[in-house]
Write a protein that binds this ligand. Structure first.
Ligand SMILES: CC(C)(COP(=O)(O)OP(=O)(O)OC[C@H]1O[C@@H](n2cnc3c(N)ncnc32)[C@H](O)[C@@H]1OP(=O)(O)O)[C@@H](O)C(=O)NCCC(=O)NCCS
Length: 184
């Protein structure tokens, strides 16, 4: 059982468990077509009660150890930046799936890269997992770079596997093993 509250600090960003108090900024930042463009299933417009329902589910999953969903916070101002998740936690196999999004005002500042590094630290050092995987649409260059900057390796290409806004795309599978993770 991973007790809350928990805070993992980086240089500019920290991650902590997502809380109901985050519902407003979650809704403000996720209700943006550009943010959900390369996600599989987040709708746009985002439902008014969507953020609260999402966070309630995250809290239940955290208690059961099924998923660990974090708020990404800017240390200097305590602004809420986005969400970093470890879901489909399979302790028997030592695996979990990483997901992430950051609000548009905070893009391209290296913040998501740093926050994902903190989530990997949690996954490997606190949960003792062995492998973290993530998938992304091929055109989502920012997401691919966040993964590659954190040491993920491209493991496979699911050719023309996903349709978004009427267009078919390759889906890329990435993974990182505990021995490949470095905090330097
Ligand atoms: C993808 C996303 C998380 C990137 O977040 P970010 O905070 O801008 O990422 P970073 O600033 O840490 O950037 C990492 C690298 O990607 C590059 N990058 C970010 N967005 C990019 C874009 N749209 N096109 C090209 N490069 C991009 C950055 O320049 C940086 O490169 P560098 O290390 O060579 O300087 C953000 O755009 C987002 O939340 N998008 C919507 C949700 C989403 O797609 N999530 C991923 C689903 S798998």
């Amino acid at each position: 059982m991973i007790r809350t509250p928990i805070e993992i600090e980086g240089q500019r960003v920290l991650i902590r468990e997502i809380r109901l108090g985050d519902a407003d900024p979650v809704w403000q930042l996720i209700n943006d077509e550009e943010v959900v463009r390369w996600t599989i299933q987040i709708p746009h417009p985002y439902p008014a009660d969507g953020a609260t329902k999402f966070i309630r589910k995250c809290r239940r999953q955290w208690r059961k150890g099924e998923a660990f969903v974090f708020a990404e916070i800017l240390q200097q101002t305590r602004e809420f930046l986005g969400v970093i998740s470890l879901s489909n936690v399979a302790l028997r196999h030592g695996c979990a799936e990483l997901g992430f999004w950051t609000g548009r005002p905070y893009w391209r500042k290296g913040l998501t890269t740093e926050a994902v590094g903190l989530a990997l630290r949690f996954a490997f050092e606190e949960l003792g997992l062995h492998r973290i995987y993530a998938s992304t649409f091929k055109p989502n260059v920012g997401s691919r770079k966040v993964l590659e900057r954190n040491g993920f390796k491209l493991e496979g290409v699911m050719r023309e596997a996903v349709v978004r806004y009427g267009q078919r795309h390759d889906f890329l599978n990435y993974g990182i093993l505990s021995q490949e993770f470095s905090t330097e």
